[in-house]
Design a protein around this ligand. Structure first.
Ligand code: IMP
Ligand code: MG
Length: 175
């Protein structure tokens, strides 16, 4: 990234995901898990976290749109792709890249709870401190960060930077 700085390194992410995977493995012992990745941002966390979970795991994905090219939340959530699987009676772990205002997750959790999963928890690589406009309970948090806009490791700015192997902060003038 030419105009930014590394906030969380590749090594730090790998280490934290390993710890989260172990915690999830312990918590769900004897059960099978349906990991639901929220596209597009969560695809990398999903791939790396899942490889640290030693349980029978199935995968599904949902795609939602919450932001356009802007870096502020719109509060409007649109489901672009719904789950392929039925979740009634399943242990569901939603996997997110970041919880900012919490509006996306709040909407998703409410929608998915109506389908009566046996349990539903949330894992998010990043949580922005004190930015939640609605309370969202994140069972597994990777890192708590400040209010800055971050990119990389799945997270985009206007669809770019998702392939960075670390979490970076863009310089103001590049936004
Ligand atoms: P929320 O609804 O405000 O919690 O935002 C949820 C979505 O906004 C995330 O899944 C991201 O796609 C996007 N988002 C929020 N903060 C950032 C950021 O700092 N960088 C990139 N995307 C972000
Ligand atoms: Mg995004």
């Amino acid at each position: 990234m030419e105009t930014g700085r590394v906030l969380i390194s590749e090594e730090q992410i790998a280490e934290r995901l390993r710890e989260m995977g172990e915690e999830i493995t312990r918590d769900y012992e004897g059960r099978s898990l349906l990991m639901v990745g929220i596209l597009r941002g969560a695809f990398m966390v999903m791939a790396d976290l899942a490889r640290r979970v030693r349980l029978p795991v199935e995968f599904d994905f949902m795609a939602v749109a919450s932001y356009g090219a802007a870096t502020k939340t719109s509060g409007v959530v649109r489901i672009l792709k719904d789950l392929d699987e039925e979740i009634a009676g399943r242990h569901v772990l939603l996997v997110e890249d970041i919880v900012d205002s919490g509006l996306t997750l709040d909407y998703l959790l409410k929608t998915l709870r109506l389908r009566r999963p046996a349990s539903m928890e949330l894992a998010s690589l990043l949580v922005k401190k004190d930015m939640q406009r609605v309370p969202v309970e994140v069972r597994y948090t990777g890192f708590t960060i400040g209010p800055e806009f971050v990119v990389g490791y799945g997270l985009d700015f206007d669809q770019v930077y998702r392939n960075l192997p670390y979490i970076g902060v863009l310089d103001q003038h590049s936004l």
